[in-house]
Design a protein around this ligand. Sequence first.
Ligand code: ATP
Length: 250
Amino acid sequence: MSGGPGRFGLRLDRAQVDLRDGRRRFRLRIDRLELAAGQAVALVGASGSGKTLLLELLGLLRAPGAGTAYGWTDGAGTRHDLAGLWAAGTRSRALAAMRGRLFGFVPQTGGLLPFLSVAENVALPQRVTGRVDAGWCATLIDRLGLADVAALRPGALSIGQRQRCAIARALAHRPPFVIADEPTAALDPDASDRVLALLLEVAAGTGCGVILSSHDVDRLDRFGIARLALETRTGEEGEVTGRIAGAAPC
Ligand SMILES: Nc1ncnc2c1ncn2[C@@H]1O[C@H](COP(=O)(O)OP(=O)(O)OP(=O)(O)O)[C@@H](O)[C@H]1O
């Protein structure tokens, strides 16, 4: 989560996102954030502090506001301008291609396609990104304890099995980062431990960084995951600003 300019990883500077809904205003302000390759970090903070918004910004699912600098430095030391990809519009092919190349996503409740089997769901990102590797899919299915249910559809699985399937799917195209929005929120404590352990273990085994959000600070500490806290302040006109705790206003 640290490192000098040019270090392999993601770097966000002067990031801002403004949401408005009638009189309700939420602003996310991140002065600077670095996420080194291969590390696990968790966004924590009260409900509504902007964790999902920041994950969406990092995952190229949400356009940054003007003035935001966001870049990825690859293993060869080349910096890619991620913020600039939005200039061609939200449907830009380059944006979608970079999103697919950089990230695997684990939503809160699986987000699996109900008409595909577990194995087909896991293989989907490989097909979409053109990185077909059936052996790696089989390894992931095995590592995540899904071999017995690989032919079943998500509707026939437990919630924990669905989350393990979502993790396998997120890692299938070997992205450098997995983004997981409260990946254990729907699970009981034992299943949460198991799912988180597998996510961290399999990601670490491939050098994949993990960026997650969670309310479960005790569990994060038990797993030794670095925490990044978001906090909010309410302005005079009722606008709420979310920022990294302790950071100077930007
Ligand atoms: N269209 C909108 N206009 C104004 N504010 C919005 C809009 N959409 C979302 N918000 C606000 O943005 C803030 C950040 O939402 P976000 O989902 O990122 O929070 P979070 O920290 O992930 O919360 P939770 O822990 O409950 O999932 C919230 O306070 C939410 O009410």
